[in-house]
Design a protein around this ligand. Structure first.
Ligand code: MN
Length: 294
């Protein structure tokens, strides 16, 4: 098997003291397949009214992919969607040409544990129409003492319902007792693994909670051992063949595309619309571009 690359997470502050650990992107690793962003939020307890509250912000050229483990979060977007996501469910928002959304823990919620991911769109779909899908039921099965939930793509003869546009997989593995697995891999995929709870050993190497493990393409089997009470997120995908730029909440295939998105968001352009029922007082401001605007 290829060597396993160990990547320490960095912390990011979403505001209101909501600290997350960011596994992607990092200096060492920008993407795993088309997966280009991974924030691990919680598990965290909070008083009623607390939790996650992210004001209106835009996205382009990506899909936001939310995997909720604990809590209740309300998603609202500029297409008029209003959807509460609950544990065991996935929200998939395709930004394409442009969309705006807000995310808020429900007033009744007192805990949050989630993985927030982005999937980059290929250049051919960079300007596709925006869309939102909620997936309340996912393929679930038990094997080798673990509970598996397929979040995206295909694995072990199962197929997840999420509409994605490049070959990729997302899998949640939960072990109540110590478990030893030999997971079949797609040799054309590269993989990333993150223990969301507990810890694991990959080919004998130990990884603690939030230590990201990257494995390059070419492996067909993954020797994995989970500690009791561990939950591991497995991401995989065909190496993304196109250079992708990420800045703030925008993905793009050129600096010009990202600069245009920033200018149109700041100008209140109709490209992004507005979240119905949102006063606009929580509208997030795009920071200055890290390069000279075109
Ligand atoms: Mn967002």
């Amino acid at each position: 098997m290829n060597p396993v690359e160990r990547i320490a997470p960095r912390s990011a502050d979403l505001g209101d003291g909501m600290i997350v650990r960011r596994a992607l992107p990092t200096r060492q690793r920008r993407m795993v397949g088309a997966w280009c962003f991974l924030d691990h939020a919680g598990p965290i307890d909070f008083a009623p009214g607390g939790g996650m509250h992210v004001g209106a912000h835009p996205h382009t050229c990506l899909q936001t992919f939310t995997w909720l483990i604990e809590g209740e979060v309300l998603h609202r977007d500029s297409l008029g969607n209003e959807q509460v996501i609950r544990p065991g469910q996935v929200n998939l928002m395709t930004a394409g040409h442009g969309i705006v959304h807000t995310e808020d823990s429900l007033p009744t919620a007192h805990r949050l544990h989630a993985a927030q991911l982005w999937i980059a769109l290929p250049a051919t779909l960079a300007d596709c129409a925006p869309a939102f899908e909620h997936y309340p039921e996912l393929p679930r099965w038990s094997a080798d003492g673990c509970a598996f939930t397929l979040l995206a793509g295909h694995f072990g003869g199962h197929a997840a319902p999420a509409q994605v546009h490049t070959p990729l997989v997302g899998l949640d593995i939960l072990a109540a007792a110590p478990a030893t697995l030999a997971l079949p891999l797609e040799p054309g995929f590269e993989y990333g693994l993150l223990a969301l709870e507990g810890g694991m050993r990959i080919a004998g190497e130990r990884f603690a909670t939030d230590e990201f493990a990257f494995i390059g393409a070419g492996a067909d089997r993954l020797p994995l051992a989970l500690d009791a009470g561990s939950r591991v997120l497995l991401l995989g995908g065909a190496p993304f063949g196109e250079p992708v730029l990420m800045w703030w909440n925008f993905v793009g295939h050129s600096k010009a595309a990202i600069a245009r998105a920033q200018q149109e968001w700041e100008a209140g352009d109709a490209r992004f619309g507005a979240v119905a029922g949102d006063s606009g007082s929580r509208r997030l401001v795009a920071p200055p571009l890290p390069w000279a605007a075109y």
